[in-house]
Write a protein that binds this ligand. Structure first.
Ligand code: PEP
Length: 253
């Protein structure tokens, strides 16, 4: 049975002091939680401090981006070797904001996924369709391409380790959530594509999170769907107490 995984994405929010204080509070609140994986994706500048503040607790730390090269002339970038050296265990890759504002392609994201796996950093691969793509019946086509290209050239063992976050772009930060039935239908399609690419065993094991205005009110119903294995949570992860409610919603099933 797949474990639930709830990941917060702080995006470009909080100072280092605020981040450390939030992690300490979260570690305290969740210290006895079982059967759930809890992750916080934070800005690069605070990763080392957050890894230290979360040591020994239930909360793991994710970067929100990474370059795929180990080192070199890439001004402003962070390498997988650098993340690994400070104990970062996860990295969010291909978030729709990076695809849109920083022009990241599926091929570039694929290089990053392969690099993360090579450094034993677990990638969280974000995929999802725009509103006009859903409205014109292109959702399947879009996620199919994102998965085919984003997970190209992975072995079955590698594919199993990738966490997929299905985030319909029209639901991110908008307050519009996909209904649980709508999200479940797409998650089922994603599992079908993974079956086609890597076989049933991988598809059965791979974790697929839902993301897009998940909050304290809708998390339980979303995560109760059989193909929804947790959430990638933006806005509702910024307040520790609200995020704690979301985490608990993932523990109820
Ligand atoms: C996200 O950015 O990954 C996200 C899902 O944001 P929000 O929860 O705010 O919609």
């Amino acid at each position: 049975m797949r474990r639930k995984m709830v990941a917060g994405n702080w995006k470009m929010n909080k100072t280092n002091i605020e981040g450390v204080s939030a992690i300490k509070e979260l570690v305290k609140l969740t210290k006895d939680y079982k059967n759930i994986d809890i992750i916080i994706g934070a800005p690069t500048i605070m990763l080392e401090a957050l890894v230290k503040a979360s040591e020994g607790g239930t909360v793991k730390i994710a970067a929100q981006n990474m370059h795929y090269k180990e080192s070199g002339a890439f001004t402003g970038e962070t390498s997988p070797a650098m993340l690994k050296s400070i104990g970062v265990e996860y990295v969010i890759l291909g978030h729709s904001e990076r695809r849109e504002y920083f022009f990241e392609t599926n091929q570039f994201i694929n290089e990053k996924i392969k690099a993360a796996l090579a450094y034993e950093i677990t990638p969280i691969l974000c995929i999802g369709e725009k509103l006009e793509e859903r409205e014109t019946g292109k959702t399947f086509e879009v996620i199919f391409k994102q998965l085919k290209e984003g997970m190209a050239n992975l072995t079955k063992e590698e594919a199993k380790k990738v966490i997929i976050a299905y985030e319909p772009i029209w639901a991110i930060g908008t307050g519009k959530t996909a209904t649980p039935a709508m999200a479940e239908e797409t998650h089922k399609e994603i599992r079908g594509i993974i079956t086609e690419m890597f076989g049933e065993e991988v598809a059965h094991e791979v974790i697929i999170q839902y993301g897009g205005s998940m909050n304290a009110n809708n998390a339980a119903e979303l995560m109760a769907q059989s193909n929804i294995d947790g959430g990638l949570v933006g806005g509702a992860s910024l307040d520790v107490k609200v995020f704690d409610v979301v985490i608990k919603a993932g523990m109820t099933k």
